[in-house]
Design a protein. Structure first.
Length: 614
């Protein structure tokens, strides 16, 4: 290979997904490449090219616009433009303009397919949408979270749930589906006279019944897996993991002396790492002083680092650390009540923001409030003020810094009766001013940490009834949420902060995660959904007038991927003894991760555009 081709080969092989191809295939790809030059302001495809081509940018920049001239994507050096790969009625509408003089490597998509047909992962990159690529990535992340967990010495007896639901072989497919739905299970075990015959899963119903048009009145034995794999109760959780991984199954019946004892699933094994949070929580409840709690709090960053190294999902880490924060808060309240005496009237200590959503990472600030019974008298103010001060100071000593915006129970504005909180929500909804909308992003995500949970629930029920009816409020909230826009692509400094100490970085929280949190909140308020966790909101809103099931799944994938990047970034910072933050340099992640990041941003932008048009 001459030096010119060698240089092209090195450039091509460094670009995902081309980096998955062996050198001999890369050489064949390079031989098929044509070099094109497009002047600034000219559109693609280059003059004289009519076939479907893949374009790889060697130098220069391109912008991709929609039919109505909205910017969809930016392409810079090393990016692959695939918008001309597929013949369809909209082909003529593909509007790609050169922002500057641009040098392109182009290759016939048809010829490229022939060269890489033996490499499905490479072809998938070109054949799948952004949403599909992101979904595939998150499936792999969740599998890795399982494979990397510490299950080697854990008995399967600690993981399985019992009893497993069983049915007879003559039960109809419809009856099986109804039973699975009623019980909330994804599988059933088929037995006859205590003999295990097989297993049927929700996937079997889809693939072997619905996909083939099989009658739902057929016996379930027709679609069951009869060579069912089981595991003995004396085995380890690691044995179960290996068995499920090797055989590509997600449900494993547990037996003792060939008798069915229960069922273990992939999800059961995934939750293993949460035991670390349970152990820390147990230690917190036994602490006798604030100084003891302060010592225990040093474990939180270590837990996040450890869980990140083990490949635990960001959702799991967030729930674990949020549970620990709740334990600290409860213990401090118990200490305060012992010091101050019993409360004069019922109350509830509330968490807001990321803690309420169970999405908290290490070194978060405080967001809390108090809701007090309407029986409260003026003389009771002192007790609640002392309670708030003791707990907030204790949390600060444990590393949960005071809220910069003073959203804390120590602020008299957020230490109020149930009636006053109801008035707050009514005012914010009926008069959606900028300040009111800012409060909505905090106080519409509340949960009770300690005390009488009915105080908040009564306020929430009335609030959700109002938000469902108030289209004006939802419109204002949507408009406010759309101010946070994700970047469109890594085009030089296009997506990066331009100056200050975080120059040349991407704000993962405000440019990626927060827009999804805002959208999920809007869907929940529109549909009267009481959950505050972002993923739960999206799941419960899926299939409603506000959000389709496919859009919900895409947003969940994007949220999980961005949260994972943020968690890993913070863990690396803490491991180096640095303060964790949300500012990620694109140079700190692989080229493939940058591609997935673009996919996540495209998902968010699509959903924001949809929201804007409603």
């Amino acid at each position: 290979m001459d030096s010119a081709l060698s240089e092209i080969s090195e450039f091509i092989q460094a670009i995902p997904p081309m980096d998955l191809l062996p050198s001999e295939i890369i050489e064949q790809v390079v031989k098929e490449i044509s070099i094109s030059y497009v002047r600034r302001g000219q559109s693609l495809p280059p003059q004289g090219i009519t076939e479907e081509n893949i374009y790889i940018l060697r130098k220069g920049a391109l912008s991709y616009f929609s039919k109505d001239n909205k910017l969809l994507a930016k392409y810079g050096e090393g990016d692959i433009c695939t918008v001309f790969c597929f013949s369809n009625d909209d082909h003529i509408s593909n509007n790609v303009i050169s922002d500057e003089d641009t040098l392109l490597y182009s290759i016939s998509y048809k010829n490229f397919q022939k060269l890489v047909k033996a490499y499905p992962d490479v072809m998938a990159f070109f054949q799948q949408t952004s949403e599909q690529r992101l979904n595939k990535k998150m499936l792999k992340v969740n599998e890795d979270a399982i494979l990397n967990s510490s299950l080697l010495n854990s008995s399967i007896a600690n993981f399985y749930h019992s009893p497993a639901v069983t049915i007879g072989p003559n039960t109809t497919i419809q009856q099986a589906a109804i039973l699975m739905t009623d019980k909330g299970f994804s599988c059933l075990v088929i037995v006859e006279k205590d003999k295990l015959l097989g297993i049927v899963t929700d996937k079997d119903i889809r693939r072997r019944c619905v996909a083939h048009g099989l009658g739902i009145d057929q016996p379930v034995s027709v679609i069951m897996t009869d060579d069912m794999t089981t595991i003995d109760i004396k085995s380890t959780a690691y044995d179960a993991l290996m068995m499920m991984t090797q055989r590509h199954i997600h449900h494993l019946p547990v037996t003792a002396n060939n008798q069915l004892k229960g069922m273990v699933t992939v999800t059961d094994l995934m939750n293993n790492e949460g035991q670390n949070a349970v152990n820390i929580t147990s230690v917190i409840h036994k602490a006798k002083s604030v100084s003891e709690l302060t010592e225990i709090s040093s474990m939180i960053p270590k837990l996040q680092i450890r869980m990140a190294k083990l490949g635990t999902t960001a959702d799991h880490v967030g729930k674990s650390i949020s549970a620990i924060t709740m334990a600290f808060t409860i213990r401090l309240i118990e200490m305060a009540e012992k010091l101050l005496g019993p409360p004069p009237v019922p109350y509830a200590w509330l968490a807001a923001g990321s803690q309420a959503r169970q999405e908290q990472f290490a070194h978060s600030d405080q967001d809390n409030a108090l809701i007090i019974s309407n029986d409260m008298q003026p003389q009771h103010n002192y007790w609640f003020k002392d309670l708030a001060t003791f707990v907030s100071d204790g949390l600060a000593a444990c590393g949960f810094i005071y809220c910069p915006g003073n959203v804390m129970a120590t602020n008299p504005k957020w230490c109020q009766t149930q009636n006053q909180w109801s008035q707050y929500f009514a005012q914010w909804i009926n008069t959606p001013e900028p300040k009111a909308l800012m409060h909505c992003s905090i106080f519409f995500d509340l949960t009770t940490v300690y005390g009488d949970s009915r105080l908040l629930e009564q306020v929430r029920v009335n609030m959700l009834k109002t938000t469902q009816r108030s289209t004006l409020f939802i419109a204002h909230l949507s408009r406010n949420a759309l101010n946070l826009r994700p970047p469109l692509g890594f085009f030089r400094d296009f997506v990066l902060i331009q100056n200050g100490e975080n120059k040349a970085t991407l704000d993962l929280k405000h440019n990626g995660i927060a827009p999804i949190v805002d959208l999920a909140r809007i869907y929940a308020l529109s549909e009267g959904i009481s959950s505050v966790n972002t993923i739960e909101r999206l799941k419960q809103a899926a299939g409603t007038p506000s959000l389709s099931k496919s859009s919900a799944a895409n947003l969940i994938d994007a949220y999980e991927f961005l949260s994972m990047l943020r968690m890993m970034h913070q863990a690396k910072k803490m491991q180096l003894g640095q303060q964790p933050n949300n500012y990620l340099s694109p140079k700190d992640i692989s080229k493939l991760e940058r591609e997935h990041l673009k996919d996540a941003f495209k998902v968010i932008k699509t959903m924001q555009d949809n929201r804007q048009s409603t």
